[in-house]
Write a protein that binds this ligand. Structure first.
Ligand SMILES: [Zn+2]
Length: 311
């Protein structure tokens, strides 16, 4: 009888060893650093507790560091955010999923996002809003197609706009087709964004719509050189920046965000209500390069849109 019990105990011990080995090999496939074993039906890790094991797993996920261990993963995710691929086309990496692609993209699901639809009838004309005081000069051309837009990088730090008592330095301008903002529900064929920075948490972006009309001088000069795919075009020529804006600088203003990941909610938006022109052919050729790179409009969530009228 005693020997029988001993034999059964040995058999149980052998069986549990087999179970352990099996679990080990399958979990190693999933995560080489993790050596886990089923004990009494519960998963345990050799390296620390179960909790640590879960954390490691969450951090290893390439697409997102979501769920419980958000804070612990923030560092690794931030590091990787530049490698996270996103797109303007609806789908797994599209605008509806940007916030899930990486922790540092979480603002994309925020409450003060851009672009928006501007209802001109609902915009409050505010007498106290400041005029946009441009001190733009010239800049050498450095045109980049970064896979999401065509961007003109500004190499001269002396291009600024004064808004109230704050100075914002022009960093770059880039294009979206169709327009990102809509006015009274209507898209324009093209929108340019002049991106200015006051501090890391204070940007001013000036948006200007294009309408079909006369040939645009800047596009005439450079459209043929725009990189069709990711790439850079540099030239030694300089061009006047102020000519790239309409004469009348009346604007709609609201607080919002960058319209691409990480969608940081740090932008004072100034959407001019006077437009620029480009020819039908120019708009068609440029749109082909930009591949519908516009984010759908986001909810206002109670934000006010104000209007400044330049007389
Ligand atoms: Zn933009």
């Amino acid at each position: 009888m005693t020997q029988k019990i001993r034999l059964i105990s040995i058999a149980i011990a052998l069986l549990s060893m087999v179970a352990c080995t099996n679990t080990n090999s399958s979990s190693e496939k999933a995560n080489e650093q993790e050596t886990c074993c089923d004990k009494d039906g519960k998963k345990e890790c050799n390296k620390g507790s179960k909790k640590d094991c879960d954390k490691e797993k969450a951090c290893d996920s390439k697409k997102s560091c979501d769920k419980d261990s958000k804070k612990d993963c923030e560092k690794s995710c931030k590091k990787d955010s530049k490698k996270v691929s996103w797109s303007h086309q609806s789908g797994e990496t599209g605008p509806e999923n940007w916030a899930k692609l990486c922790d540092s993209f979480s603002d994309c699901a925020g409450k003060v996002q851009s672009p928006i639809n501007i209802e001109s009838g609902n915009a409050t004309v505010t007498a106290s809003l400041p005029a946009l005081k441009f001190s733009y000069g010239t800049s050498k051309v450095n045109i980049v197609n970064n896979g999401h837009t065509v961007q003109f990088n500004i190499d001269n730090p002396n291009n600024n706009v004064m808004i109230g008592d704050k100075n914002y330095q022009l960093l770059q301008f880039h294009y979206h087709a169709l327009s990102e903002h809509t006015i009274n529900g209507k898209h324009f064929p093209l929108e340019v964004h002049f991106v200015h920075k006051h501090s890391d948490s204070d940007f001013a972006v000036i948006g200007v719509m294009f309408e079909e009309g006369k040939e645009n001088a800047l596009l005439k000069q450079y459209l043929k050189d725009f990189p069709k795919e990711k790439g850079t075009f540099g030239a030694d020529k300089t061009f006047g920046l102020l000519k790239q804006l309409p004469e009348n600088k009346s604007y709609y203003h609201y607080n919002g965000s960058l319209t691409t990941p990480p969608c940081s909610e740090v932008v004072n938006w100034y959407v001019l209500n006077h437009t620029l022109e480009a020819s039908k052919e120019q708009l068609a050729a440029f749109s082909k390069i930009l591949h519908n790179n516009y984010r759908p409009v986001m909810p206002l969530n109670g934000r006010k849109v104000e209007a400044y009228i330049q007389k």
